[in-house]
Ligand binder design. Structure first.
Ligand code: ADP
Ligand code: F6P
Length: 483
């Protein structure tokens, strides 16, 4: 029976080493959290990196790493320290990530890391070929593996290959600056179907294909000498039911079952029943606009001092890519900003910002989503932003206000949220005031519409739509052969 082979840089599980014992935790990030339910419910294997380098895995634990991955229908690819440096911290996160998010000043163009990126893409493609059988569907994910579709195609010309990019695709004027632009586009065009979160990213990609490779593009199809490649947008959804059920169960739980975090949140509410909690959750990444958000919050408190002691920003930032200098600098900047603002506004009974720098278990995320009156998500650029969708899904009484940056892919589907420009502090401050003062009826009306949409366009539908479009590319092939 044919199967789907999912391939992404990271597996949905992250293996780490603690005192000579392997620990398994769920991976953080939209790709892993979103795709996990498709993998869980379907007939697929998932190939990716375990999170440990070859050097970190002691010989006697090598088999256990494989077993831990196998238990979740995953295959762990081993990467050496040098590969993780050049491929992951290097080309993926110092070249492609900043460039595709329009941070050109952060974009490096190191030939040596490009060479390692190529080598590691070959390694991943080889791993796929080990498991590939005729009739299988191969689904390659994200910017770390842009060359993999072509590498598989070169070995298996008849394979049915899909590629999905989870981050933005930048405009041609930005993309053209990449020294290896031709190879990257050719790598992606190894797929039969290329998917993006939004129509804009799709358009930018097609414009680069036309102008750089000079291929013929008709509407959303690229004609290569031997094949047609279809390009389309598939906005990724969430496992809506999982978040809705978790929120419902959360409210059913007794006091004894509550987490320490929930108890603290409740204490805050008991002490200041009228005070509003404003939530932000992201990986600690410069694309997420965290520093700007804190500054905008400061601006808000300066401009509307009547809200002092009446609001609190609960900020959760998950450590991410901490070997990359810009991430280290950002961490210092945020520490400094939080310290300064807490110092400036705190009173004996109130601190304006609660800041957590860590990953949290799923139950704690639900505590935060369900307890906070407002979610303030202000990315400078974001492929999608699933946190926005998760927040709305957990609001089972339909209250709550989502403030969302127009630069997030999710903003295209979430018009009922309060949409802001993340660089405009004045607008953010005014919108915060609007959110705090928004009547319950209005919150409910907006959220009911959002929830209906998110429930329908959930992650299952996203995967189904992509896979069914991938199946249809076979028709494309047949008509191409008959020309
Ligand atoms: P990105 O993919 O850029 O990280 P998204 O908002 O699309 O951004 O996805 C982030 C995912 O990671 C969400 O599914 C969210 O629930 C999860 N997540 C975010 N913060 C945490 C955290 N502190 N602990 C656990 N999971 C988290
Ligand atoms: O969704 C974008 C994404 O970059 C994924 O590709 C990635 O897995 C996730 O965010 C988290 O980043 P990382 O794998 O570098 O920790």
């Amino acid at each position: 029976m044919s199967k789907t082979i999912i391939i992404s840089n990271r597996l949905p599980l992250k293996i780490s080493l603690d005192d000579d014992e392997l620990q398994v935790t769920p991976s953080v990030g939209g790709l892993a959290t979103g795709l996990k339910s498709f993998h869980r419910d379907g007939d697929s294997i998932w190939i990716g990196w375990s999170g440990l380098t070859e050097e970190e895995i002691p010989d006697h634990l090598e088999d256990e790493v494989k077993e831990k991955a196998k238990a979740e229908a995953c295959v762990a690819v081993n990467l050496s320290e040098e590969e993780v440096d050049g491929f992951y911290y290097g080309f993926s996160n110092r070249t492609i990530w900043p460039l595709f998010h329009y941070f050109m000043e952060y974009t490096e163009a190191e030939h040596s890391s490009w060479e390692i990126y190529k080598q590691v893409n070959i390694k991943y493609a080889k791993e796929v070929l080990k498991y590939y059988e005729e009739g299988d569907r191969v689904w390659v994910h994200d910017y770390q593996l842009l060359l993999v579709p072509k590498l598989i195609r070169d070995e298996q010309p008849e394979a049915i290959i899909g590629f999905f990019n989870h981050i933005p695709f930048p405009s041609y004027e930005v993309f053209r600056t990449l020294p290896w632009r031709e190879s990257v586009l050719e790598g992606m065009l190894g797929a039969d179907l290329i998917g993006f979160h939004t129509y804009d990213y799709e358009r930018h990609f097609l414009s680069s294909v036309t102008r750089i490779l000079r291929h013929q593009v008709d509407f959303n199809e690229v004609t290569l000498p031997e094949r047609i490649v279809k390009v389309d947008s598939f906005p990724m959804g969430i496992d809506y039911k999982k978040f809705e059920d978790a929120a419902l169960n959360h409210f059913r739980g007794t006091e004894d079952e509550q987490s320490e975090l929930q108890r603290r949140l409740d204490l805050h509410l008991d002490a200041t029943p009228d005070a509003k909690l404003i939530l932000s959750i992201d990986r600690l990444d410069y694309t997420k606009g965290i520093a700007n958000r804190i500054r905008a919050f400061e601006y808000f408190l300066d401009k509307y001092p009547e809200f002092i002691e009446k609001v609190r920003l609960v900020m959760l930032a998950v450590p991410s890519r901490s070997n990359v200098p810009q991430y280290q600098r950002l961490k210092r900047e945020i520490d400094e900003l939080v310290g300064r603002i807490n110092g400036k506004f705190s009173t004996v009974s109130w601190t304006p910002i609660w800041y957590f720098y860590r990953s949290m278990p799923f139950d704690n995320l639900i505590d935060l989503y369900t307890s906070c009156d407002i979610a303030l998500l202000t990315p400078i650029r974001d492929g999608m932003n699933l946190v926005a969708k998760e927040y709305i899904a957990t609001r089972t009484d339909h209250t709550g206000v989502l403030i969302l940056s127009e630069m997030a892919g999710a903003a295209h589907e979430m018009n009922e949220a309060l949409i802001i420009n993340p660089n405009n502090f004045e607008q953010i401050a005014m919108t915060l005031k609007q959110a705090i003062e928004m009547p319950k009826d209005e919150q409910i009306e907006r959220n009911k519409t959002l929830q209906k949409r998110l429930k329908r366009y959930n992650v299952e539908k996203w995967a189904k739509d992509f896979m069914s479009a991938l199946e249809h590319t076979e028709d494309n092939r047949k008509s191409f052969e008959s020309i």
